[in-house]
Design a protein around this ligand. Structure first.
Ligand SMILES: Nc1ncnc2c1ncn2[C@@H]1O[C@H](COP(=O)(O)OP(=O)(O)OP(=O)(O)O)[C@@H](O)[C@H]1O
Ligand SMILES: [Mg+2]
Length: 228
């Protein structure tokens, strides 16, 4: 069971002219089987924090442990390939590849044999509710909601059990956004994925098991939330 323990984690961007303390002294835990929402104003540090959870950047203070191992001691390429993956607001699908090929690509880079890639792509596209007819389409032939589901399938097919979503519903209308949220809730509650979801939408955050708010780099539980 995946568990991420964050203890007094900080991260700053240092440029020639200034230092921005983007994440300040954050302490919290994330467990498999739950959806965690993070809300907060633009610039409050949400994406930066997600990039720490994703192993894209290392904390410059504090400890971030994944299943008891300090992220600094992990093979981070391996962590990003096979444990944690990020889904973005702009789906980042490759326009010249079909839906199925988009889902298969990370597996190809991970050295998964072709037959297995195809099998997993079919399985995960089905999981996000995309019928077989959709698998041969190109991304531009699909709605935003469908494209986001392809992006989620691509992340899942890579094999990770930690799904980090940065405003996955930000470009979607209410109905398509809710479909994506339903998929994330199901993945956590029925299949035991660990899901962290950054959102500007309070209706989306209200559906999470735990909702945090980030303000000036500081993370706190949203009012009314019990301490998990
Ligand atoms: N590469 C960078 N170099 C310098 N400063 C950065 C960099 N990326 C982000 N920042 C700064 O760090 C702070 C946190 O940014 P971050 O992108 O994490 O915010 P956010 O909460 O995700 O905002 P948004 O809701 O707009 O996506 C901001 O002050 C931002 O200007
Ligand atoms: Mg952001």
């Amino acid at each position: 069971m995946e568990k991420i323990t964050v203890r007094q984690v900080s991260y700053s961007y240092r440029t020639k002219y200034q230092t921005v303390h983007a994440v300040k002294d954050v302490t919290c835990t994330f467990e498999a089987g739950k959806v965690y929402a993070i809300m907060g104003e633009s610039g409050s540090g949400k994406s930066t924090f997600l990039s720490l959870l994703a192993g894209l950047d290392l904390p410059d203070g504090g400890d971030l442990m994944v299943d008891g191992t300090d992220i600094r001691e992990k093979d981070r390429d391996d962590y990003r390939k096979s444990e944690a993956s990020v889904v973005y607001q702009a789906f980042h699908l490759l326009p010249l590849l079909t839906v199925e090929e988009n889902v298969m690509l990370p597996m190809e880079m991970n050295g998964v044999p072709k037959a297995e890639r195809k099998k997993r792509a079919t399985e995960f596209l089905k999981k996000v509710g995309l019928p077989k007819e959709a698998h041969r389409k190109f991304p531009k032939m699909m709605s935003g909601g469908e494209q986001q589901r392809v992006a989620i399938a691509r992340s899942l097919a890579a094999g990770g059990r930690i799904l980090l979503a940065d405003e996955p519903t930000g470009n979607l209308d209410t109905e398509n956004g809710q479909n994506v949220v339903n998929i994330l809730l199901e993945l956590a509650h029925k299949e035991g994925y660990l899901v962290v979801l950054v959102t500007h939408n309070p209706d989306v955050a209200a559906q999470a098991d735990v909702a945090y708010r980030m303000k000036d780099g500081v993370l706190a539980l949203t009012d009314g939330m019990r301490v998990p």
